[in-house]
Design a protein around this ligand. Sequence first.
Ligand code: 5AD
Ligand code: FES
Length: 349
Amino acid sequence: MRDIIEQKSMNNKRLTREEILYLVTNLKNLEIREWIYKTADSVRKKYMTDTVFLRGIIEFSNICSKSCLYCGINSRIKNVERYRMEKEEILETCFQIKKNGQTTVVLQSGEDPYYTKEKMGEIIKAIKEQTELAVTLSVGERDEETYLYWKNCGMDRYLLRFETSNREIFKKLHPDGDFDNRINCLKVLKKIGVQTGSGFMIGLPGADDNDLVNDINQCRELDLDMIGVGPFIAHPETELKEEFIKHEIDYITGVIAILRLTNPDSHIPATTAFDAVLEYQGRQLALKRGANIFMPNSTPQKYRKSYQLYPGKPCVDESGDDCASCVVGRITSIGRTIGKGPGHSMKRG
Ligand code: 5AD
Ligand code: FES
């Protein structure tokens, strides 16, 4: 089984459901797990090289019209100071990102209708004109016309996680969401030529190994340019506060490794939530086990405490305003180099 998987992954051939199930169920077997890490690291090196691309993220509004049960900024939560950044402040932050030598900005927010199609379009255009950064948006579900409009304004990429491939769990967690619409958004984005990222949370309440296999399979089926996953972490102000799960870093980085084996040429970020599980080490471990992207927090410091989707989010209390210099050390200390250029999709370019 291992030989077949290794051969297929090294040649970017699709793994079967049985092969993915073998990987998932053996994540608790120490010997096989070490093999999974090692093979994923080789596949990463072959397809993505030793380069780590940086994507500076600005969390520009924590106002959200939705009430996803897991999320620490959902509309029902009272105990959070709400904020919005205006175009000028977003631009200022983009100048800083560029000054730090980064080449991509990710604009993320709650589903905030204040940023209309036109308003967001103006922001994208201004960033493209004044900084030439690659622009990624992550602002939730919108219609095709809006996505197309933003693309024409210069939007390069879009991130929208499907969160879980289990429809029942999806429904429970998203009282005002619709699974089919979420998947349709991803298909529309791909159709209009936007580099598309998606992913899921590991260990959601009610999810089992079978769901994890389906989640991993879903990523490959969507043929994603980027795959972002992270552990579910119970937020004390949400309805899921009792659902505390102690994540093992070796298990959740194992999921990163399996994603690399199943998607050799997709960008895979070492997401922030890995640091919430193992402070200042989690993201390096993810990079060593298949990931090739780091998303330093570029949100102005004063807002960071108000954008805690889950507890234990790192880089919230530092006095410095950005993670830019810290990140360089974290990446070079594990023998990797920082990517130059935009680091577009390896699939479509
Ligand atoms: N734990 C882990 N991840 C979370 N997200 C939101 N809330 C949580 C939580 N409690 C993730 C979702 C979302 C992304 C921006 O953050 O997957 O898509
Ligand atoms: Fe944010 Fe180190 S990555 S302070």
